[in-house]
Design a protein around this ligand. Structure first.
Ligand code: ADP
Ligand code: ZN
Ligand code: ZN
Length: 709
């Protein structure tokens, strides 16, 4: 009798499909890849069941069994099923999101080792006339003393530079070297946290490590990791963004040598290498971004989620998972400890502490003995602004530059100006496809939509009345940079935002300069808020950062407070005390005042009480159903139909237009579902997945949304 196997196929349909195994061929194991005919295509799917009791009577034959054994561990198979169920996403597409690209293409999964270059033990030769070679050495140093040839070239260096440095004896080919850096003596707080983890290495133990910026959370992770490595277990560390935090990686490598990485900047083969090394037990530590949470391990003993509040852990399309929440689920399933670390924990995690579900460790002081920066409001009502900056603010900047400090100017808006209008007739540059204004980018002479990506040349005359009297209103980083250059012509100035940092190489160069501690100004968007440790920054200026407190999104105040505290935390990390100025037109804003007077903990407490009163997460559970169509009535009607079928143990709001209804010519509407318990919520969502989708309409389910706009 021929066997039937059930295959998860990467198509947007909720069910899996049955195929017959040809009598002559091998039987695929659960978790193995197979090639199957699907419609008129050939797809690579994953076997999820052999001889299901309710097998389809006349299955097609599968074409090829690609693996002898399962390619992922049993826990990752279980995880895939859980993800499909929890996020209401087709199982086949869950596997497609969870496996490395190389595996999805059906190719054999082979480790291909790479050439690796490391600093040699000898003193560096004189490279004063070879600036790029010097930069390459600095790049290696920041990486913990070594990097793959591929990573070196990706950072903008050439093979010729590598060869030149080899000739000069400055670098050599060779395995990653374990140089076992001497760890510092722990502070009492750190010691207590490490002890707490040491007591609970066996079994599921979720922990929230809440430590002020600069309190040495990374050092705590490193010690906890040492205990786990000592048992020959592996460790997974999730970080929001690797390119922006090279320091974290280099600290791991200095301490433990081999540390594998996984992020979107790698080639398919590099990702596959790391994936295989983890799966087969060769890798000890994996540091990775969001999707690294799906990596199979031979013997995982600890998961760390650094900056657990960061919204980049949530995927914003397709499988809308939260890597932090998936990490909790995995730790629970594997029965291992988990550390969520942050200076500004998410309200969800604080609520979990409050309910006794998570243990709580605190680091209340900076590890180096540096004091916390003072945060103050700069009331600029009545002050004229030049390129977005007030006179009192530039006076503070000047004082710090004169004292040899570095200043960080934080402005979460890129481009030159958010508004471009005609002073004669009032015409404003708006996107033709979105309900949004166009942002002026002066350097490129472009008007760009930051929502759909459309770009237009800048006209010199008003398209409506022909007047030449066009004005740019408001300031983004590009304009503020210009203002700072005029005001401080002698100071070195680096702008870091998505427009300037298109290449990894420029980011590296910019960060290296700041890292050397030369006085100057660093201006940029929230890219600057993440994990950098620049000891010489003595002042942080936050411009327009409090605007987020006024957003319509219920999560915006939380995000704004986190961002402010994180940016402020860049100040005064070494011996000189730091100063933070928040330039605002609403000095009386209660959320801002509470944050400054009571700190993040006081703010978070209050914010949680607001959420409880309003019946919003984390007090209740939320899911959004989003629908988009060219015809607004169609999108709204579809959601109204879904709503009519929902039971009344849920609170259902909408259908309502999204905050920006039209995006890329699609009209967007949403339903908001709220429930006291997860059971009823998920039952209703499950029932929805079989709804027939009208032509020309797209819709999706977002469980635990990161924003509700
Ligand atoms: P966080 O991640 O909490 O912001 P870091 O782990 O980056 O803090 O630590 C901040 C600084 O303090 C780093 O330069 C680190 O080397 C240093 N540091 C951490 N722990 C200690 C310690 N026990 N003694 C001295 N310095 C420490
Ligand atoms: Zn006009
Ligand atoms: Zn647009």
């Amino acid at each position: 009798m021929t066997s039937v196997v059930r295959i998860a196929v990467p198509v947007p349909l909720p069910q899996a499909f049955d195929y017959a195994v040809p009598a002559a061929g091998p039987l695929p194991a659960v978790g193995a890849r197979v090639r199957v005919p699907f419609g008129n295509r050939t797809l690579v799917g994953i076997c999820i069941e052999v001889d299901p009791h309710d097998a389809y009577a006349e299955p097609k034959a599968l074409l090829e069994v690609l693996d002898e054994r399962s390619i992922v561990s049993g826990d990752v198979q279980r995880l895939a099923l859980w993800l499909a169920d929890y996020y209401h996403y087709p199982l086949g597409e869950v596997f497609a999101a969870l496996l490395p690209n190389a595996a999805l293409k059906g190719a054999p999964l082979r480790l291909r080792t790479e050439e690796i270059w490391r600093r040699s033990g000898t003193a560096a030769p004189d490279l004063s006339r070879a600036e790029r070679q010097q930069a390459l050495l600095a790049f290696l140093d920041r990486n913990g003393g070594w990097a793959s040839g591929k990573a070196i070239r990706a950072a903008g260096f050439t093979s010729a530079m590598i060869a030149a440095l080899v000739r000069k004896g400055a670098i050599e080919a060779g395995e990653r070297r374990f140089d076992g850096e001497q760890p510092p003596r722990l502070t009492a707080d750190q010691q207590a946290a490490v002890e707490d983890y040491r007591q609970r290495l066996d079994g599921f133990s979720p922990n929230l490590l809440e430590g002020v910026t600069g309190s040495g959370k990374t050092e705590v992770y490193l010690r906890a990791i040492a205990d786990v490595l000592g048992r020959c277990d592996q460790v997974l560390v999730l970080v929001p963004e690797i390119a922006l935090t090279p320091q974290t990686l280099s600290r791991f490598r200095r301490r433990y040598g081999a540390t594998d990485v996984m992020h979107s900047g790698l080639s398919d083969q590099e990702r596959l290498n790391a994936w295989l090394r983890c799966r087969d037990g060769q890798a000890q530590i994996l540091i990775g971004t969001r999707s690294a949470v799906f990596t199979p391990f031979r013997q995982l003993g600890l998961i760390v989620v650094d900056e657990e509040h960061d919204s980049s852990f949530k995927q914003h399309d397709r499988l809308r998972y939260s890597a932090r929440d998936v990490a909790v689920k995995r730790a629970q399933d594997l029965n291992i400890p988990l550390i969520l670390g942050s200076a500004t924990p998410s309200l969800e995690s604080l609520e979990n502490v409050r309910c006794g579900r998570y243990r709580h460790q605190r680091l209340s002081q900076r590890a180096t003995g540096a004091s916390m920066p003072s945060m103050r409001i700069l009331d600029i009502r009545g002050h004229p602004l030049r390129e977005g900056l007030s006179y009192p603010l530039t006076a503070h900047i000047e004082r710090h530059l004169d004292a040899g400090g570095q200043v960080l100017v934080f402005l979460n808006r890129r481009g030159y100006a958010p508004i471009y209008l005609c002073a004669d007739c009032g015409w404003q540059a708006a996107c033709g496809q979105c309900d949004a204004r166009l942002t002026l980018h002066q350097g490129r002479r472009r008007l760009a939509c930051h929502h759909c990506g459309a770009e237009h040349p800048v006209a010199d005359a008003c398209p409506s009345c022909g007047s030449a009297h066009l004005m740019a209103i408001g300031a983004g980083t590009e304009r503020t940079e210009e203002g700072l250059r005029e005001r401080f012509p002698g100071a070195s100035l680096i702008r870091i935002d998505r427009d300037t940092v298109r290449s990894h190489r420029r980011l590296e160069a910019g960060l290296a300069k700041i890292g050397r501690g030369e006085p100057g100004i660093l201006i940029g968007t929230q890219m600057l808020a993440k994990g950098h440790d620049f000891p010489n920054i003595t002042m942080v200026a936050a411009v327009n950062a409090d605007a987020g407190f006024l957003s319509a999104d219920f999560k915006a105040p939380e995000r704004t407070a986190q961002l402010l505290i994180q940016v402020a935390g860049r100040a005064g990390r070494a011996s000189r005390p730091g100063e933070v100025w928040i330039q605002t037109l609403q000095p009386g804003n209660p959320a801002l005042r509470r944050l400054i007077e009571e700190g993040y903990a006081g703010f978070a407490d209050h914010e949680l009480s607001i959420r409880r009163r309003a019946g919003l997460p984390p007090a209740r559970h939320m899911a959004l159903i989003r629908a988009a169509a060219a015809d607004p009535a169609a999108a709204a009607a579809f959601l109204a139909k879904l709503k009519a079928k929902l039971p009344n143990d849920l609170e259902v709001l909408g259908p309502a237009p999204a905050h920006m209804q039209r995006l890329a010519n699609q009209h967007r509407f949403q339903l908001m579902l709220l429930a006291d318990r997860r059971g009823p919520l998920h039952r209703s969502l499950r029932a929805m997945t079989s709804a027939t989708t009208p032509r020309g309409l797209r819709w999706e389910i977002d469980v635990d949304p990161a924003d509700a706009l």
